[in-house]
Design a binder for this molecule. Structure first.
Ligand code: ACM
Length: 560
């Protein structure tokens, strides 16, 4: 397969000569405590549980770091054959979380772990309960593990699910096995109070440059939900492929989706398959945000319907990796009828409140036309009951303030000090919040170093440390925490042909971006984070996740 390599592809701001900056040294040292330890609001702290045989001492090393975690030595809980999962009042969503936990732990423990409904704390159980804990927001939870049991409480089922993901990381890594493993299944005694810093913690998967099947996309959902990611942004259309069936324009998928970078067969999701993905994501408390990239990145659409072209002539399908050569025809009314049809169908498939209209790298659309275009698209999104998100170029248009609009910023950032960014400034001056995806920190398709077999490097090499060391609230001058809706880690697939290759680029870096989105910034330390990241290695190995064994990390290995 022929892939044009970096340099010819997305490359905004390359050549601007952002200096390579030294390592940022953060304040907090690694704490390896043998006694109780409260982190308070102070963010991540590594904690070692009571020293003991390797079989019993699961250390409390969780990603994303909880807001507050106190370990209670001598109070580990051990799952046993008679352990039950107890849920309180009837709730389908809570039942779903309990079923998720049971489905995770039954195969490896070999225990029945029945889910039962009951009041109170039955002892030696894992109880999952909705509780009025307004200070935890819509996604927080409280987790108490003692010798007598595990008590997980949250105001919402989403909070319970995130708490289960924490409990999962407190269990020995062998819990990830799909076959029965030897115990003991010990969880260190902890009191955790946890809630996210940002409400938008996204991962983007480009299914256009190369297509990923429903199974592959679900696998990615499994993996990102471990780290409390709550948005899956699907880049559903680009020059190389249209990946979602639109009933009113069938050729978009059947023709526009019939190839991909390198000339492979491509593919697309039927609406039933797409609903299946959306439903699967919802079971993992992830909202799918669909993106139809416009007005550029539209060759697949232009090839499918000649009338969308200003000259009425359909271009051929495209399987290369150049950008910036295609544009919808801004002056034709049919363009907006087309978008109304597409966005209308997408909105019906989207339980979430945002539709992503792309808007990046419209190099073949003159700026005045671009502004006209975005100004006409935004009301179409609203007419279908949704809010609009676009790449940060949309800040050049007359975008509506408030939650009606989000700008996804993909500019290069410095990482150590705020830089001027005219598009970020324009967005916040228009009252629009940012989702931050600085390409030289958060783009998961950037190569780790010169030896990385996949990916690109137009934003530079992004090793694990670089992907971890940035703060969304100090990227840009004049942009503060309240201007930030959240964080997203995109992965572009020009060079990535399978979920196996996606995993190699996403892991370990995605875990760090998830932490940036969830955990308090205060006290963040690369040296401390590395020790927690090292503990993910055996989990990913057992799960079969093809992660990059970066030499920056002293990876732990599964027992022989
Ligand atoms: C982008 O990387 N063109 C959003």
């Amino acid at each position: 397969m022929l892939i044009k390599k970096a340099g010819t592809v997305r490359r905004r701001l390359t050549g601007r000569g952002f200096p390579h900056l030294g390592t940022r040294v953060l304040g907090v040292a690694v704490v390896a405590a043998l006694g109780p330890l409260v982190t308070g609001f102070a963010g991540p702290v590594a904690v070692q549980a009571a020293p003991s045989a390797a079989t019993t001492a699961t250390t409390a090393r969780v990603i994303p770091a909880p807001v507050s975690m106190q370990t209670v030595p001598g109070q580990p809980f051990t799952l046993a054959r008679d352990t039950k999962i107890v849920v309180g009042s009837r709730s389908r969503d809570v039942d779903g979380v309990a079923a998720f936990l049971a489905g995770l732990a039954r195969p490896s423990t070999g225990y029945p772990l029945p889910v039962v409904r009951g009041p109170g704390d039955p002892g030696h159980a894992i109880s999952l309960r909705l509780a009025a804990l307004p200070s935890l927001g819509t996604e927080g939870y409280r987790l108490d593990v003692t010798r007598d049991g595990v008590r997980l409480e949250a105001p919402t089922a989403a909070g319970l699910f995130h708490g289960v993901q924490t409990l999962r990381q407190l269990l020995p890594y062998r819990v990830e096995s799909r076959g029965v493993q030897p115990g003991p299944w010990t969880v260190p005694g902890v009191h955790i109070t946890d809630y996210p810093r940002f409400g938008w913690r996204g991962a983007m998967l480009d299914v256009s440059r190369h297509f990923f099947t429903v199974q592959e996309t679900k696998r990615y959902i499994d993996e990102i939900s471990m780290y409390k990611i709550n948005v899956l942004h699907l880049h559903l259309s680009d020059d190389q492929g249209w990946r979602i069936a639109i009933k009113s324009r069938p050729r978009l998928a059947t023709y526009g989706g019939s190839t991909e970078v390198g000339g492979g067969p491509g593919g697309y999701y039927t609406q039933a398959q797409y609903k299946d993905i959306v439903g699967y994501a919802a079971q993992h408390f992830i909202t799918v945000v669909p993106e139809i990239d416009t007005p550029g990145h539209t060759n697949a659409a232009l090839a499918s319907y000649a009338e969308l072209n200003c000259d009425g002539k359909a271009p051929p399908l495209y399987t290369g990796t150049d950008v910036g050569f295609s544009s919808l025809c801004v002056d034709k009314d049919i363009t907006y009828k087309f978008l109304d049809d597409v966005i209308g169908e997408l909105a019906k498939l989207t339980p979430g409140s945002y539709i992503h209209i792309g808007g990046d790298e419209a190099h073949s659309t003159p700026l005045a036309d671009y502004v006209t275009f975005i100004d006409r698209v935004q009301p179409i999104v609203h007419a279908h009951g949704k809010n609009m998100i676009g790449w940060n170029e949309i800040a050049q248009a007359n975008v509506r303030p408030g939650p009606a609009t989000l700008a996804q910023n993909w500019s290069l950032a410095d990482g150590t000090k705020p830089v001027d960014d005219p598009l970020a400034t324009a967005a916040v001056q228009k009252g629009v919040q940012l989702v931050t995806s600085p390409a030289n920190h958060a783009y998961l398709d950037m190569q780790y170093d010169k030896n990385t077999p996949y990916g690109q490097n137009w934003a530079g090499y992004v090793n694990v440390q670089k992907s971890y060391q940035w703060d969304p609230a100090t990227l840009f001058t004049g942009v503060t925490e309240r201007n930030i809706r959240g964080v997203e880690a995109p992965i572009w697939s020009e060079t990535l042909t399978s979920i196996h290759e996606v995993e190699y680029m996403a892991f370990p870096r995605l875990a760090g971006i998830a932490e940036i989105g969830w955990s308090p910034q205060h006290g963040r330390s690369w040296d401390e984070y590395r020790t927690r990241l090292a503990a993910q290695g055996p989990r990913w190995t057992v799960m079969g996740v093809n992660f990059y064994h970066s030499p920056e990390i002293s990876w732990e290995r599964p027992a022989a």
